[in-house]
Ligand binder design. Sequence first.
Ligand code: ADP
Ligand code: ADP
Ligand code: ZN
Length: 214
Amino acid sequence: MKIIMLGAPGAGKGTQAKKIAAKYDIPHISTGDIFRANIKNGTDLGKKAKTYMDQGLLVPDELVVDLVVDRVAQDDCAGGYVLDGFPRTIPQAEALDKALAALGQKVDYAIDVEVPDENIISRMGGRRACVGCGATYHMEYAAPKAEGICDTCGKELILRDDDKPETVGKRLDVYHEQTQPLIDYYASAGILKEVDGTADINDVFQTITEILGA
Ligand code: ADP
Ligand code: ADP
Ligand code: ZN
């Protein structure tokens, strides 16, 4: 099962992608996580990506496409995967389709998690990320057991630089301009599934499992 998660920044793509990956036992591939790991490790890719991410802009297609195409060709992806945060532009979607077609494969579902901009602003303000393992929490809706501490690894939880209000507005503009057109792209391909992302985390997941079956 090859799944793409669509939706605005903060819509809940990552939250749902992790649950899908666990339930169906397939890899969760988050391009945002890959970039953040590269930044943490001080790689060249990380240095290049950071300048864009800090401004709320997309990293150029040429820095992300090969990375994802290589990743989905790895053995652990043979039984499917859930892509979170990719594609984010029409050229990325076209490049993915082309690479998959060459392998005789295609995307099965594009799940659009719909959340209005008004809700996004408050969601992002409450999002906290673990500096150790990258796990995501929300101060109100997905709180850790101990305030400010990761349940999984015990490290500190922080507000991501790009989740500060001044950057969130820019990211929403970028989303509407460059990523939202993918909704029509996957609707035309006949694989778009829209879910209401304003519901509770578990209710959103329930709807998704009904779409995916089992
Ligand atoms: P969110 O989960 O809030 O939508 P991500 O963690 O997916 O954010 O991405 C964080 C940042 O990483 C994006 O704002 C962008 O700068 C960069 N990024 C992630 N994925 C892509 C992509 N497919 N194309 C271009 N930039 C990307
Ligand atoms: P994305 O990957 O789309 O950027 P996340 O999965 O990181 O979004 O979710 C953004 C924030 O909102 C996180 O703090 C997360 O815990 C919280 N969140 C996710 N889904 C819901 C939901 N259905 N209701 C309330 N908060 C949610
Ligand atoms: Zn952690």
